[in-house]
Ligand binder design. Structure first.
Ligand code: P6P
Length: 340
């Protein structure tokens, strides 16, 4: 097949198989799990693409014209990722933004699963009604508790350094799955024509610096003084470019992070008076994004400590989040350290 015919297309499954063949000792269980994540992402993507037809589909809780119960899309995403993880047979327990407590194999997960799975099944779901991109974020750890026994909370309170894989799916103008297993970061864009995630961003490296800062400046009055000073720094004329930085804020973590990952930039969700620990969740938002950022050459902290070194105290714990190009996060730290 001529290369110019758009080949070789490398599908997600082919990429997973190729990567696994580089590690003959691998049992293939993580590969199987990643495959099922891809399947769930396709199912959620299909549903989200119909979300704009709300008059036909009905609001969550309604019965639509087909007589079907309309689900909230984040519940739909949670259910389908859970079903995919059950089908994989590789996961013994799940922590989800949608569930107050962990779910274990008494709800269909595998007693012999080697992994525990953390997810925000549909982050930013309130943006769907205004057609803003949203995402799924996930993080995978090896279980610590004895195999065959119910998973324990401690399985989920590992530091982010112990993640075996992490990723996100961004349901936007195109649907892209980005993940790492600790060997760099790769992105796959869904080709609806063939129903496959195809390698589109191989070996993502985030620029060491950038000109984009992402923060909800509506909270300015509630920010720590160091954050206020950093924002003013971003708005001054940069001697290297002769102009200020650019402010870009979508209000959807995966969208803001994905843009900055590719173009360079910093995303900040600091503590505020109304959110003294920040807003974003450590286990299923900040840690997976931090793992990806660091694997791509960037950095992620709570303003003081690497995010992945923070010891989780609870499933839904919130932390301040500074993530992106290394030199930009370092500069923000300078202002945080200088102004208290
Ligand atoms: P704010 C979406 O609700 C979310 O959890 C993240 O995706 C996003 O980065 C953040 O909240 C936006 O929060 O307070 O700026 O609207």
């Amino acid at each position: 097949m001529r290369a110019s015919a758009g080949y070789p297309i490398i599908t997600l499954n082919e990429f997973i198989i190729n990567r696994q063949s580089e590690h003959p000792e691998a049992r293939g269980d993580l590969s199987r799990l990643l495959h099922h994540i891809g399947v769930a992402a396709k199912i959620v993507n299909k549903k989200i693409n119909k979300a704009g037809l709300v008059d036909i589909l009905g609001e969550a809780g309604d019965v639509n014209v087909q007589g079907e119960d309309v689900q909230k899309l984040d519940v739909f995403a949670n259910d389908h990722f859970t079903a995919a993880l059950q089908a994989s047979g590789e996961v013994c327990a799940i922590a989800s933004e949608e569930n107050q407590e962990i779910i274990t194999f008494d709800e269909g997960l595998s007693r012999d699963g080697h992994y525990v799975f953390c997810m925000d099944p549909l982050d930013g779901s309130s943006n769907i009604e205004v057609n803003v991109s949203v995402g799924t974020i996930f993080s995978i750890y090896r279980r610590l508790s004895p195999e065959g026994e119910p998973a324990e909370l401690s399985d989920f309170l590992q530091t982010g350094e112990h993640q075996v894989a992490a990723g996100y799916v961004i349901y936007g103008s195109s649907t892209t799955l980005v993940y790492t297993t600790g060997n760099g970061v790769d992105g796959f864009t869904l080709d609806p024509g063939i129903g496959e995630f195809c390698l589109s961003h191989s070996g993502i490296r985030t620029p060491e610096t950038g000109r984009i800062y992402s923060i909800n400046e509506g909270n300015y009055v509630h920010f720590p003084i160091g954050v206020k000073k950093y924002i003013k720094y971003c708005q001054e004329i940069d001697p290297n470019s002769g102009r200020p930085y650019t402010s870009r804020y979508i209000g959807s973590l995966v969208s803001d992070f994905h843009r900055n990952l590719l173009k360079g930039g910093i995303f900040i969700y600091p503590q505020t008076q109304s959110a003294p620990r920040g807003k974003l969740r450590l286990i299923y938002e900040c840690n997976p994004i931090a793992f990806i950022a660091e694997q791509a050459g960037g950095t992620a902290t709570n303003g003081i400590t690497r995010t992945v070194e923070l010891h989780p105290q609870g499933l839904h714990q919130r932390v301040p989040f500074y993530v992106g190009s290394r030199s930009m996060v370092d500069k923000a730290h300078e202002f945080l350290n200088t102004y208290h």
